[in-house]
Design a protein around this ligand. Structure first.
Ligand code: GNR
Ligand code: NI
Length: 172
């Protein structure tokens, strides 16, 4: 397994719309294993393939708190088929927007269809933090970051600071 490097904003690769996976083969499974290891190491509760530069509809999530009791989920070609009417606000972060957080309203619960690690069709009902992180990852697959929900002024401020921080790192 390998730790992959996570792309941070602003970066055009994060704006790319990901494409469906055609066959769930060993190459895809090896890549999902690397994504999971990368996510745990970050550490994060979710990761989309596009964040490591691969524009395919692949997501890993694990919202379990206990290291002993990992509950990884691999979501291939996920599609949300139902949203709850109930909306909840949560303070969201993103590995591609390090050190920034924003309160964001989203549907509390979702129902989604996806292919699992073996390529089998599955349906999942998710609520709470699991629902939150899946919706966040699925935005990545559409080329969307949580700052895209904020005003242009706030978004510009955050992205300029991240850009500046990166340029200082490069020249240091
Ligand atoms: O690790 C993460 N935490 C998180 C917290 C609140 C809402 C969404 C997330 S996802 C984030 C990891 C990440 O950036 N995945 O794309
Ligand atoms: Ni993210």
């Amino acid at each position: 397994m390998a730790i992959l490097s996570i792309i941070t904003a602003p970066d055009r690769r994060l704006k790319v719309k990901s494409k469906p996976v055609e066959t769930v083969d060993d190459d895809i499974r090896r890549f999902l294993d690397d994504m999971l290891e990368t996510m745990y190491q970050a550490p994060g509760i979710g990761l989309s393939a596009v964040q490591v530069g691969v524009a395919k509809n692949l997501i890993t999530v694990d919202v379990s708190r206990d290291d002993e009791d990992n509950a990884p989920l691999f979501l291939i070609n996920p599609e949300i088929v139902e949203y709850s009417e109930q909306i909840e606000t949560y303070n969201e972060g993103c590995l591609s927007l390090p050190e920034y957080f924003a309160d964001l309203p989203r549907p509390e619960a979702i129902t989604l269809n996806y292919l699992d690690y073996d390529g089998a069709q599955q349906q999942l009902q998710a609520e709470g933090l699991l629902s939150r992180s899946i919706q966040h990852e699925m935005d990545h697959l559409k080329g969307k970051l949580f700052v895209d929900y904020l005003s242009a002024v706030k978004r510009g401020m955050i992205l300029r600071k991240l850009d500046k921080a990166r340029r200082q790192k490069v020249s240091a």
